[in-house]
Design a protein around this ligand. Structure first.
Ligand code: SAH
Ligand code: SF4
Ligand code: F3S
Length: 437
C-alpha cells in the first residue's frame, strides 16, 4: 500500500482525543500513516472543539495557516472534524474554497469513503445526526498499536442541556452502548495487553438511565472489574446529579477502581447552579463528596468551575471559593464563562465585567495552586502503585500514573514498562511527582 501521510491536530475534550485515535486507525486502513510535520502531509485534519467562544474564529485562523502547505500542484486534502465542523457544516466549504471535507460528530463511519472521494477532487460535508438504532452499531472500537491504557466509549451525547453548554447541540442525543459490546471490547483489549481502561462519555453516570442498557453504570463497572488482566478502571466525565449511591459504593469494594474522580461542580452558589440548570445544590454536591470520602478517604477529586456566569455576584463567587475550601480539589479546570450561540444562557445579559471575571479567575487559580501544593506535599513519603507507561523525563527514569491520576517519574529500567510498581513519593512538583522504588 502506498504510504500517504496524515497530519492531525486535536482540540477539546477526551471525546475528541478518542475520536482522533479512531480517525488515525480508520485512515490507516486506506493507506495513511501519521506524521507530525504538516509540510509533508497528504492530508491535514483539524479535530475541533466549540465549547467556548472564539473557537470558530480560531479554527478559521488555523485553517488559513495550514493552507500555506497546500501549494500549487500539490494534492493535499484539508479536512475539518469535531464540534466546529458539526456546527458550521457546509458553511466551512462555502467560506473556505481550500477545505475539501467536513465531517460531523456522528459521521466518522463515512470518513474513509469521503477521503477517497476527496483524493479524486470531490468536496463534501456530512453532518447529519443519525438515529439511535444505527448509532448502537457504530460505537467506535479502536484498533491500532497496542497500549497499556485505553479509552472505551460507553455512552455518547448529552441530554442535560446545562444552560451555558453547546455540547448537547454538537454531539446530539444521549445514547448508552450495549453492555455486552463494551465487555467484549474490554476483553479484547485485555488480551492485547491493555492494563487500564478509561470508560468514556460526556456524562457516564447517566449510563443506562435512558433504557438502552440492561445494567446501571455501577453494575457495568463491576462487570468490567471481573475481566482478568484489567488492573485499573477509570471513568470520565461525571455529572454530580447522576452520581448514585450504588456508584459511590463501587469505590468501597471495587479495588480496581482508580482513586481519582472528576466531578465538576461549575459553581458553589445555589443561585448560579439553578441558573445553570445543573440539577443539584451546593449541599447535595458536598454530600456526595462526603460519601465518596467515607468509603475512600484518600480519593483525589478534580473538577471544573466556570466564573462570571451571568448574574454571578461577588457573594456567589465567594460561595465558589468556600466550596473549593470544603472539597480541596487536587486539580481544577477553571474557565471564564463565554456565551454560546443557541444556548439558553446566551439570552441572559453577560453582565459580569471583564475585570471582575479576570479577577475572580486569578483568585480561584491562586487558591487552587495552594490546594494542589498542600495535597501533593502531604503525599510525599507515601507509597503508591504506579502503572509504568513509558520512559521518564530524564535518562534512566521511567514514568507512569499513580492511582490518583498524577504522573510519577522515578529511576527504573524500561523493562518495568507495563507493570504496576510500588513507588515511594519523594518530591512533589506542580504537575508531577518524583518517586523511588
Ligand atoms: N460533560 C462534561 C463537560 C464538558 S465541557 C461535564 O458535564 O462535566 C467541559 C467544561 O467546559 C465544563 O465542565 C465547563 O466547566 C466548561 N464549559 C462548558 N461550556 C462553557 C461556556 N459556555 N463557558 C465557559 N466554560 C464552559
Ligand atoms: Fe455540557 Fe452539562 Fe452536558 Fe456536561 S452535562 S456536556 S456541561 S450540557
Ligand atoms: Fe469541545 Fe466538543 Fe468536547 S465542544 S469539549 S470537543 S464535546
Amino acid at each position: 500500500m502506498s504510504n500517504k501521510l496524515l497530519y492531525i491536530e486535536t482540540f477539546g475534550c477526551q471525546m475528541n482525543v478518542n475520536d482522533s485515535e479512531r480517525i488515525v486507525s480508520l485512515l490507516a486502513d486506506i493507506g495513511y500513516e501519521s506524521t507530525t510535520n504538516p509540510a509533508v502531509a497528504d492530508m491535514l485534519l483539524l479535530n475541533t472543539c466549540s465549547v467556548r467562544g472564539g473557537a470558530e474564529e480560531k479554527v478559521y485562523n488555523r485553517l488559513a495557516n495550514l493552507r500555506i502547505y497546500k501549494r500549487d500542484g500539490k494534492k493535499q486534502i484539508i479536512a475539518v472534524g469535531g464540534c466546529v465542523a458539526q456546527q458550521e457544516g457546509e458553511e466551512l466549504l462555502r467560506r473556505l474554497p481550500y477545505v475539501d471535507l467536513v465531517v460531523g460528530t456522528h459521521n466518522l463511519h463515512l470518513l474513509q469513503e469521503m477521503v477517497q472521494a476527496a483524493e479524486l477532487g470531490e468536496r463534501r460535508s456530512e453532518t447529519a445526526f443519525i438515529d439511535k438504532e444505527q448509532r448502537l452499531d457504530l460505537f467506535p472500537s479502536i484498533k491500532g498499536e497496542s497500549r497499556l491504557s485505553r479509552f472505551v466509549t460507553v455512552m455518547q451525547g448529552c441530554d442535560n442541556f446545562c444552560s451555558y453548554c453547546i455540547v448537547p447541540y454538537v454531539r446530539g442525543r444521549e445514547i448508552s452502548r450495549r453492555s455486552a459490546d463494551i465487555l467484549h471490547e474490554v476483553r479484547q483489549l485485555a488480551d492485547d495487553g491493555v492494563r487500564e481502561v478509561i470508560l468514556l462519555g460526556q456524562n457516564v453516570n447517566s449510563y443506562g438511565l435512558k433504557g438502552e442498557s440492561d445494567v446501571s453504570f455501577a453494575k457495568l463497572i463491576r462487570q468490567v472489574a471481573q475481566i482478568d488482566n484489567i488492573e485499573r478502571i477509570r471513568f470520565t466525565t461525571s455529572h454530580p446529579k447522576d452520581m448514585s449511591d450504588e456508584l459511590i459504593d463501587c469505590f468501597a469494594d471495587v479495588s480496581k477502581l482508580s482513586g481519582q474522580i472528576h466531578l465538576p461542580a461549575q459553581s458553589g452558589s445555589d443561585y448560579v447552579l439553578g441558573q445553570m440548570g445543573r440539577g443539584y445544590t451546593r449541599h447535595s454536591y458536598l454530600d456526595k463528596i462526603a460519601k465518596l470520602r467515607s468509603v475512600r478517604p484518600e480519593i483525589a477529586i478534580t473538577g471544573d468551575i466556570i466564573v462570571g456566569f451571568p448574574g454571578e455576584s461577588d457573594a456567589d463567587f465567594e460561595e465558589t471559593l468556600s466550596l473549593m475550601e470544603a472539597v480541596c480539589y487536587i486539580d481544577l479546570f477553571s474557565f471564564v464563562y463565554s456565551p454560546r450561540p443557541g444556548t439558553k444562557a446566551a439570552s441572559l445579559s453577560d453582565d459580569v465585567s471583564r475585570e471582575a471575571k479576570k479577577n475572580r479567575l486569578d483568585r480561584l487559580m491562586a487558591l487552587q495552586r495552594q490546594h494542589t501544593g498542600e495535597i501533593c506535599s502531604r503525599l510525599v513519603g507515601s507509597v503508591m502503585p504506579v502503572l509504568v507507561e513509558g520512559e521518564g523525563k530524564l535518562p534512566g527514569q521511567v514514568s507512569g500514573k499513580a492511582d490518583n491520576g498524577r504522573i510519577v517519574n522515578f529511576a527504573g529500567d524500561v523493562s518495568l514498562i507495563g507493570s504496576f510498581v510500588d513507588v515511594k513519593i519523594v518530591k512533589a512538583y506542580p504537575n508531577s511527582f518524583l518517586g523511588e522504588r
